[in-house]
Ligand binder design. Structure first.
Ligand code: HXC
Length: 520
């Protein structure tokens, strides 16, 4: 007769077997590729001892190609719950040692279960991806499994934070689950994402391209913007997930977590009084300004390598998480183009979904002109950012540092897009366009008629001076109340924090609707 001791031993044995995934040989192969196993990744991610695993005894149900003779406990994905800094999260980690982490019907069911649980609990879901895609032997049930996951990604969007790390292959339609989540992290050299791999590309288009050049971490973090973070190691990727979550609420009904800050809110930063160059065409690094005014100088930049003309990321101000959007004069003079608009719009919408106040630092010469931008749809992409700001109901504080010209002035969280507190530095220039362009339009005919180049130059210089006296300052805008106050740069931290503190009870509700129709 089987005793209870035998049954407990059987349980322990099964657990040991499940924890080996596809077996020692495949674990070794995984390590040789410079990759961790699914369980090692989960262990790094979660607080010590907090992991509770689900569905360890699930096996696939496929009988095609003699598959019923090869089964592994857990079937290629490790799922469960745990905590990060004491806060509940749900996690799935694809196990490459079992059929290359390829997605079966049962593997999809396991992922769907943690996603459902995350939604019920109102806690973030983190996916650690490392998979050969649809499990070929299973055919259409695998495709259905992906679609089941996609639907959950969509329904959870804006309700719970969803974070995807790509720590191995991610190809075919499988890329769309991470793409539907809020943040993607990719590890250099070991991960890639593409809709079709190099071989298919070669067959269809004749293009010769390597895996890395087609869909590696470098490409997606700098060219396509698919990936928000590029990391050298999986450990670094895991740390970023933990850090990212520290700024986020667990769900859209909670406020972002405030932690006590000992950084004085009235800290004066004298260097800010001289950071803006006298020459309006001279760049500076806006990240220096961000780091000067946020708690402890800590700023988690997102999309660092993509559309560098705009900077986005998280910080804390007086302990409160804040999303920062800042034009970057150091790159393309901080101009708004297609990629910058897409990058910032998505970030503004993320902050708005999850009740994270928005700080906007403006130094923008306008939208990038030209046919390539027009043909690429800058009108639609720029409208995304405009839409995102105008729709956002979280507290919005704007500081105009220098240029704020034309349509870009309106887009960058101006007063009329329901900016709550709009400040400007004395160096601000708020106008329809820069002086040279304006004089060309207004006085072009007069300039043409002048007989000599010297006279033309003198005339233009006089008119530019006159224009700048009128517009190259914040006081016109302040006279209309579009700017609430002109502030001393070194006092920016205090003014912004005081504004956000007074906005903690802000409640604005948009008109009821099924959903908006943001220009996609
Ligand atoms: C079943 C798979 C598999 C798959 C890998 N394996 N991919 N099993 N279905 N899709 C198995 C391998 O047979 C092997 O099993 C083990 O996983 C490890 O694979 P290797 O090839 O030895 O590893 P590696 O050399 O690192 O190459 C990894 C790989 C390659 C690049 C991912 O395996 C590969 O190209 N796989 C196919 C990728 C693919 O085309 N997937 C379909 C994409 S389309 P053993 O037993 O030998 O260890 C798609 C549609 C989704 O996913 C649509 C959603 C809407």
């Amino acid at each position: 007769m089987t005793t209870i001791q035998d049954k407990i031993k059987q349980l322990i044995d099964l657990r040991v077997q499940a924890k080996l995934g596809g077996g020692e040989k495949r674990i070794d192969a995984q390590h040789q590729k410079g990759k961790q196993t699914a369980r090692e990744r989960i262990e790094m991610l979660l607080d010590d001892g907090s992991f509770e695993e689900y569905d360890m005894f699930v096996t696939h149900r496929c009988t095609n190609f003699d598959m019923d003779k090869t089964k592994f406990l857990g079937d290629g994905v490790v799922t469960g719950q745990g905590t990060i800094d004491g806060r509940l999260v749900f996690v799935f980690a694809q196990d490459f040692t079992v059929f290359g982490g390829a997605l079966s019907e049962t593997l999809a069911l396991k992922i769907c279960k943690v996603m459902d649980k995350a939604l019920i609990a109102g806690a973030p879901v983190i996916g650690l991806n490392d998979s050969g895609g649809a499990r070929i032997q299973e055919g259409v049930t695998s495709l259905a499994g992906y679609a089941d996951i996609f639907e959950r990604n969509i329904l959870a969007s804006g309700v719970i934070p969803q974070i995807s790390a790509i720590f191995g292959p991610c190809a075919g339609g499988a890329v769309y689950s991470p793409a539907l989540t809020d943040f993607i992290i990719m590890a250099e050299n070991t991960s890639y994402m593409f809709v079709t791999g190099p071989k298919v590309v070669k067959t269809v288009t004749g293009e010769d391209i390597t895996t890395e050049d087609l869909g590696g971490a470098g490409v997606h973090s700098s060219k396509s913007g698919v990936s928000h973070f590029r990391v050298e190691t999986e450990e670094e990727g895991i740390l970023i997930i933990r850090k990212l979550l520290s700024y986020l609420p667990s769900n859209n009904l909670e406020d972002a977590p405030i932690i006590k800050s000992t950084d004085p809110i009235n800290r004066l930063e004298d260097k800010l009084n001289s950071i803006i160059p006298d020459n309006p065409n001279q760049p500076y690094n806006v990240i220096e300004i961000i780091e000067s005014i946020v708690d402890y100088g800590e700023f988690l930049e997102i999309h660092r390598h993509f559309a560098k003309n705009i900077v986005v990321g998280f910080c804390r101000m007086d302990g409160q998480p804040v999303g920062v959007i800042a034009n970057q004069p150091n790159f393309l003079a901080g101009v708004l183009d297609i990629n910058a608009s897409r990058k910032a719009a998505r970030f503004v919408r993320f902050c708005d979904c999850f009740n994270i106040p928005i700080l906007t630092l403006v130094d923008v010469p306008g939208f990038l002109p030209g046919s390539s931008q027009e043909y690429g749809g800058i009108i639609i992409h720029g409208a995304k950012l405009l839409f995102a700001y105008g729709e956002a109901t979280v507290p919005k504080v704007t500081v105009t540092l220098r240029k704020s010209y034309g349509g870009a002035h309106d887009v960058m969280s101006c007063k009329q897009l329901r900016g709550d507190n709009n400040y400007a530095w004395p160096s601000a220039q708020i106008a329809v366009m820069g002086a040279s362009g304006a004089i060309e339009v207004l006085r072009g005919k007069e300039i043409e008629k002048l007989p000599s180049d010297e006279e033309k130059a003198k005339f233009i210089a006089d008119k530019v001076e006159e224009y700048n006296e009128t517009f190259a300052n914040p006081y016109q805008a302040a006279a209309f109340g579009y700017i609430d106050d002109v502030i001393e740069p070194r006092n920016t931290r205090f003014r912004v924090i005081r504004a956000f503190n007074s906005l903690r009870t802000k409640k604005v509700v948009n008109p009821p609707k099924k959903h908006s129709n943001i220009p996609l």
